[in-house]
Ligand binder design. Structure first.
Ligand code: FMN
Length: 331
């Protein structure tokens, strides 16, 4: 569990993993599907990417299996993130994910959504740390790949003890912890508390990943400096900008960075995203693509008007032709 510069070592239980990038793409429900990951991967060949969170029980009942389909065919490391509060489905889902080619299993202990926490999943596990430990330990015994946890600083300000929490998860067998520097109670308000993550890092022997509010290259460098963490994880910063993780990676590795994508490149990425979604989901892909198009088609002259027209397009044919026409004007 050593860290050499720009590497993170995870021993697994027979399946050792060495991450060659210290920049991780966060699991993003409704976003980090196979198509999004393929785009991120273009710029970040070595980064650890994640599936969207997968409900372990649903997986065992037969739903959501497309989320872990053909993982072994994807280039580069992809972790499967599971959530639930029931031990048996968590174990079975972890085994299934390992078989499908998961690089590691991550347990979601950070999701603040009420529908999930009220049953005890996501950050709800922070209210029952014995159960959380049992889940980590049982999954670790059931699979050979590393088991990691993504969590927050605590459930609420009253029960706040992030170091105690981190030690508890480490003792249970977690091989890496990612901390979003907010409590469940804080949701997405205020700022991610990087100083609290630094305190955790000082006390733990397993790798710690810092997460929250990294939206520029300098943020990434500053976050690593403040937290002393082994790596950083990027969430919202890559919405509409699938190159961002790779851009940070090369910035940290060489102090250099590639140029920001030109408008033409942005539009080509938007088009690729749309066409991939259409290929995979049929015409419904247009509805899924709209949020991505809205995030990607920005930061150029006339982008506001362009987005307005694009989001009004009521057929994929129309949307594709609008993007292609715009690209032509940039040749
Ligand atoms: C749309 C959206 C979906 C998310 N889905 C997940 C998820 O599936 N699993 C998870 O652990 N966190 C999820 N998160 C939380 C992020 O992974 C991340 O921890 C959080 O956004 C803070 O990091 P950031 O400031 O870089 O966005 C989600 C966040 C957003 C905005």
């Amino acid at each position: 569990m050593n860290r050499t510069l720009n590497e993170i070592h995870l021993p697994g239980r027979g399946t050792q993993r060495i991450l060659k990038s210290i920049v991780l793409q966060s699991p993003l429900a409704g976003i980090s599907d196979q198509i999004f990951r393929k785009l991120v991967r273009k710029w970040a060949p070595e980064a650890l990417l994640f599936t969207e969170m997968v409900n372990a029980n649903s997986l065992e009942l037969g739903y959501g299996r497309e989320k872990i389909k053909e993982l072994s065919k994807e280039k580069g490391p992809v972790g499967v993130q599971l959530f639930d509060f029931r031990i048996k489905p968590m174990i079975e889902a972890a085994k299934r994910a390992e078989e499908a080619g998961a690089y590691l299993i991550d347990i979601n202990m950070g999701c603040p959504v009420k529908k999930i926490t009220k049953k005890g999943g996501g950050s709800g596990l922070l209210r029952d740390l014995d159960l959380a430990a049992e889940i980590i330990s049982e999954i670790s015994n059931a699979v050979k790949i590393p088991v990691t946890v993504k969590t927050r600083l605590g459930w609420c300000n009253k029960s706040y003890d992030p170091i105690g929490l981190a030690l508890h998860l480490q003792d249970a067998g977690a091989q890496l912890l990612t901390f979003h520097g907010r409590t469940r109670q804080e949701g997405f308000s205020g700022k991610s508390n990087w100083v609290a993550i630094a305190e955790i890092k000082k006390r733990l022997s397993i790798p710690i990943i810092a997460n929250g509010d990294i939206s520029t290259l300098e943020d990434a460098r500053k976050c690593l400096k403040i937290t002393g963490a082994d790596g950083v994880m990027i969430g919202r910063g890559s919405l509409g900008t699938p190159w961002f993780v790779g851009q940070i990676d090369s910035f940290l590795k060489s102090d250099k960075t590639f140029n920001e994508p030109t408008t033409k490149m942005r539009l080509e990425i938007a088009l690729e995203h749309l066409e991939s979604l259409l290929q995979s989901k049929g015409e419904h892909g247009l509805l899924i693509a709209r949020k991505h198009l809205n995030w990607t088609c920005k930061d150029f002259e006339g982008s506001k008007e362009f987005r307005k027209d694009l989001l009004k397009a009521n057929s994929s044919k129309k949307a594709i032709s609008l993007i292609k026409e715009k690209i032509k004007t940039l040749d």
